[in-house]
Ligand binder design. Structure first.
Ligand code: NAD
Length: 379
């Protein structure tokens, strides 16, 4: 069983899909590990560290030759997989419902044509036993943290209240919209930096979580649809009545904020629009908004993916691929997610992983030359 780790080739991608720690663990399971030269360079892992962990390090051609499993952060270009074993597994975030070069249905079809088994890690079901395999959670947690630091870096003032001989600096008011994994970490990080934090979500269950982190919940009350929770803890789309009430409440609140961090996503749909241009205009000059959903269409009107734009003195931060901005930790957690996944299904007799139906059906996009995922087949 040969496992290949290729250098990520997508623009701006600094993470790597295996670290020396996970290389060692895979070898303990009986796998042979091959890592492409320079694969860890963008997150401070030297080739020698992989060698010391027991991997062979070489060029892409030798690494993929005969590989039974190819690990990736983002899915490798199907054209870059020549020489892998027939029916090999591709294990990465494959973005099958996305558009653009790094994903989408067209790429899934090309994986099928290659005869590989493409496993999309971001489709891992949200069940207790798969928590340690969940790349969305591990990466969102880091994004939430980094969003606060990115806001602090753009903000021309301090976060904590400071009483100094020269007078008092008041605490920054920071509002988090969308309290999932990223939002909770953003609240905790902003609190640690001394900001006065408030937060909102459509899922009523988050109210208590916000309070337990010492932040103030801002919630629409007495409007149908407050539960807002769909399968797997994800948000559902809200009623028009709820959306209108939320917009009104948020408008009044936003105008008083110094920093807003938005993280709201709805799986399989464009991100909900939470902040309009008029609401941006209501904020004081010098305020900062970080839109963590910018790549999914954006929560903030005027946010531009990959840019920090300034509108009427308000900065709107739209960094792409935020986990990659903390590449070392993001890689360490992502790599462990991949190891936890493959090792949980490792079959000692055959010396390779064998998936069960629940997880296999949820994440397998292609097999035996066909696209097999129910959602891609329109089921
Ligand atoms: P997400 O990234 O899909 O969305 C971020 C947040 O935005 C969510 O809290 C969502 O409710 C919120 N949101 C959506 N529309 C909104 C709107 N119009 N206004 C305000 N907020 C809006 O969510 P996530 O971070 O993946 O987490 C969602 C939930 O799933 C959490 O409760 C999390 O703890 C849970 N979870 C469970 C597992 C597991 O059991 N294995 C794994 C990961 C997350």
């Amino acid at each position: 069983m040969k496992i290949a780790v290729l250098r990520e080739r997508a623009a701006g991608e600094r993470r790597v899909a295996a670290t020396p720690e996970t290389v060692k663990k895979f070898i303990t399971l009986g796998a042979e590990m091959a890592v492409e030269t320079g694969a860890g360079a963008t997150c401070s892992i030297a080739d020698d560290a992989y060698r010391a962990a027991g991997a062979s390090v070489g060029d892409a051609g030798s690494v993929r030759a005969g590989a039974d499993i190819v690990l990736g952060v983002q899915g490798p270009d199907p054209d870059a997989l020549a020489g892998i074993a027939p029916g090999a597994w591709i294990v990465a975030a494959l973005n099958p419902f996305g558009t653009g070069e790094q994903g989408g249905r067209a790429r899934v079809d090309r994986y099928a044509a290659l005869g590989v088994e493409a496993l999309a890690m971001e489709l891992m079901p949200r069940i207790t036993r798969a928590q340690s395999m969940d790349i969305l959670s591990s990466q969102s947690n880091l994004s939430g943290y980094k969003a606060v630091l990115d806001a602090a870096a753009e903000y021309g003032r301090a976060f904590p209240m400071m009483m100094t001989a020269a007078g008092t600096v008041s605490a920054a008011r920071l509002f988090v919209m969308g309290v999932g994994v990223a939002g909770l970490q953003a609240i905790a990080t902003a609190r640690r930096l001394g900001a006065q934090v408030s937060a909102t979500d459509v899922r009523a269950a988050t109210k208590e979580q916000i309070q337990s982190l010492g932040a103030k919940p801002i919630f629409v009350e007495n409007v149908a649809g407050i539960e807002g929770e769909g399968t797997g803890g994800y948000a559902t789309e809200m009623s028009d009545e709820y959306k209108a009430a939320q917009a009104e409440l948020v408008s009044a609140h936003i105008a008083k904020q110094d920093i807003v961090i938005t993280t709201a996503l709805i799986p399989g749909r464009p991100a909900p629009r939470l902040i309009s241009a008029a609401q941006v205009a209501s904020m004081k000059p010098g305020s900062v908004i970080v839109d963590l959903a910018v790549e999914a269409g954006g929560n903030v009107e005027g946010a531009v993916a990959g840019e920090v734009v300034e509108v009427g003195g308000v900065k709107i931060v739209g960094h792409r691929n935020v986990p990659s901005r903390l590449a070392a930790d993001a890689s360490a957690l992502f790599s462990r997610n991949l190891f936890n996944f493959l090792s949980a299904f490792w079959d000692k007799d055959s010396g390779r992983p064998v998936l069960d139906e629940e997880i296999g059906d949820a994440i397998r996009l292609t097999k035996g030359g066909q696209v097999v995922h129910a959602r891609l087949l329109g089921a």
